[in-house]
Design a protein around this ligand. Structure first.
Ligand code: SF4
Length: 115
């Protein structure tokens, strides 16, 4: 945030810095002023994504969400664990509905910009 205040916005948005935040919200718990750095980091990341700054791993998850309606595809082992613990089959995802929502929010254009 200090870099942005100092006029280095384009440097911040083109680097990996916005992606270092883990969204743990420890800053919110500890800040005596109630400063919500995590939420600010979300905003900075959104700006970075609009410029095509999306780390490879995040981009892969985003594409998976668009193509399969899930961020992570469950492994065979995870599916077997579901059965073992009586959780039943994996929930069915209506991919068309997910894609409709993602298109309406321009998510599809953002992930194409990052590739
Ligand atoms: S900025 Fe806040 S939410 Fe992000 S990693 Fe640091 S303490 Fe956690």
């Amino acid at each position: 945030m200090e870099m942005i205040i100092l006029g280095l916005r384009s440097d911040v948005l083109s680097e990996q810095l916005p992606w270092y935040c883990l969204s743990c919200f420890t800053c919110l718990d500890r800040c005596p002023q109630g400063g919500d750095v995590g939420e600010t980091m979300f905003a900075i990341r959104n700006l970075a994504v609009r410029q095509g700054n999306i780390p490879e791993g995040i981009l892969a998850q985003a594409k998976n969400l668009f193509e399969n309606g899930r961020v992570v595809t469950p492994s065979r082992m995870a599916l077997a664990q579901r059965e073992k613990y009586g959780l039943g089959r994996e929930p069915v995802v209506d991919v068309e509905i997910v894609q409709k929502i993602l298109r309406r929010t321009s998510f599809d254009r953002l992930i194409n910009k990052g590739s």
